[in-house]
Design a protein around this ligand. Sequence first.
Ligand SMILES: [Ca+2]
Length: 183
Amino acid sequence: MKTITLLPLLFLVISTFAGENLVVNGSFEDGLNAWDSPAWKSNTLTPEIDTTIIQGPGNASLRVVGKDDSECCFIQKINSPLPGGKLVLSGWIRTEGFRRGWSAYIIVECLNKNGKKRYFSIVTPWALSDIEWTLFRREFEPPQDTKEIRIMLRSKPGHSRTHNTGTVWFDNISLTSGENVHE
Ligand SMILES: [Ca+2]
């Protein structure tokens, strides 16, 4: 009998773990907390909080206004223990006035103990200059020897080195375990 009564509890624990967002302040409701521009990259755009154009509940999103010869690179290192197995990366993106060839990205960087990196990216269609709030989502499996994961929010040119003065908004960035997602 004890085994039977424990089963619903066990299922609840697994489900809760599967849904836990590993990204801190992915909603930007806590300002720029937990995110940073890397010191090693020059000419980065300065992201700011927007309290008027937001996605879903809350009162804030992240806005990055483009200017010539600058890119956005806003990073968060994941400090939570990695659950193993597949992960689901998702986030809402809005763009306005992007020039051709520019895209907004949500990138997961997986680093192993030898410093080898693997990247898994979400990218907006390069030919679209204006995109209303859209949920982008992808599932991926980090290499088994992954020691560290970083999330990067970026706006940058693809193949062509064109200038860009468009604006991108990010909101509700999420990285969760992919286990049990479809059950
Ligand atoms: Ca928000």
